[in-house]
Ligand binder design. Structure first.
Ligand code: HEM
Length: 290
């Protein structure tokens, strides 16, 4: 791990790219779990309550670290930690979000707009006091369209952005020892593309007969692929489905819309002052409203 000059975020991007390949781990890359870390760090935001979001990197502490929805993300945090050790000038909150953005790009996806300036909570007490209660803010894969809307509308996303963001399930896999679900969504889960949307529309997804939680499956090119109930909700819901069709037909459109929506996700709750610093204030929202 190299030390890069303070403020050299492209240097950090290069460090992240160096550690992505990991033979023997999942499908040979830690990219997908880094994308999930960036998303779960950011996806606790509430536009109404003006708290949650990536600023503070609260997932270093309980209760966020031990939230069942974040099971497995300790691996992502451990993978990325050496970069922080070598470059303690970058905040964890910036590092996690930048790593997710970099991973998407390195796996063949679009360049994600990203800005620095996040600060870290200094302790669990600070995280709890300043952030407020942000329990149960992440989606439950066993539920349907109404739940997806409740979760993502709370963050300030619309139906089109929800479907675009779901394109991240082109990456990585479910782990029975983390979420309980099992398997990848696509045949090559370390390459960002619109395959996930194509497969949603063209395969016959049937309930998997097994002891685990209810999920769908289809065998594609000899590989058992999966869909979560929330993934299938995207083709069953009349407002979501047209966007699935658009993204299945047009990868360029997906890349453009995914970059915008993922960039927006990483910015939620990050309110910078005139010098570009996002301070941590009670509630985690705008410093001038505190
Ligand atoms: C993995 C649920 C939205 C990115 C997973 C897993 C579940 C899940 C259950 C498996 C975790 C494991 O067992 O390791 C959901 C639900 C969503 C949603 C219910 C919304 C309704 C998103 C969004 C993104 C995302 C918006 C990013 C923009 C990922 C990635 C993985 C993943 C990259 C693979 C992680 C790995 O390979 O370790 N998701 N997710 N998900 N999710 Fe989502």
């Amino acid at each position: 791990m190299s030390t890069v000059p303070k403020g050299d975020y492209d240097g950090i991007r290069a460090e992240v790219k160096k550690i992505l390949k990991r033979p023997g781990y999942d499908d040979g890359s830690i990219g997908p779990v880094l994308v999930r870390l960036a998303w779960h760090a950011s996806g606790t935001y509430s536009a109404k309550e003006k708290n949650g979001g990536s600023n503070g990197a609260g997932m270093r502490f309980a209760p966020e670290a031990s939230d069942g929805a974040n099971a497995g993300l300790e691996h992502a945090r451990e993978f990325i930690d050496p970069i922080h050790k070598a470059n303690p000038w970058i905040s964890y909150a910036d590092l996690w979000t930048l790593a997710g953005a970099t991973a998407v790009e390195a796996m063949g996806g679009p360049k994600i707009p990203w800005k620095p300036g996040r600060t870290d909570f200094q302790s669990e007490v600070a995280a709890t006091e300043y952030r407020g209660n942000i329990d149960n803010r992440l989606p439950d894969a066993a539920l349907g369209a109404q739940h997806i809307r409740d979760i993502f509308y709370r963050m300030g996303f619309n139906d089109q952005e929800i479907v675009a963001l779901s394109g991240a399930h082109n990456l990585g896999r479910c782990h029975s020892d983390r979420s309980g679900f099992d398997g990848p969504w696509v045949v090559n889960p370390i390459r960002f593309s619109n395959q996930y949307f194509k497969l949603l529309l063209t395969r016959k997804w049937v309930p998997r007969q097994w002891d685990g939680p209810f999920q769908y499956e289809a065998i594609v090119a000899g590989t058992r692929l999966m869909m979560l109930p929330t993934d299938i909700a995207l083709i069953e819901d009349p407002e979501f489905r047209p966007w699935v069709e658009k993204y299945a037909a047009d990868q360029q459109l997906l890349f453009k819309d995914f970059a915008a929506a993922f960039g927006k996700l990483l910015e939620l709750g990050v309110d910078r002052d005139g010098t570009g610093v996002a301070h941590l204030v009670k509630g985690g929202g705008c410093p001038f409203a505190a």
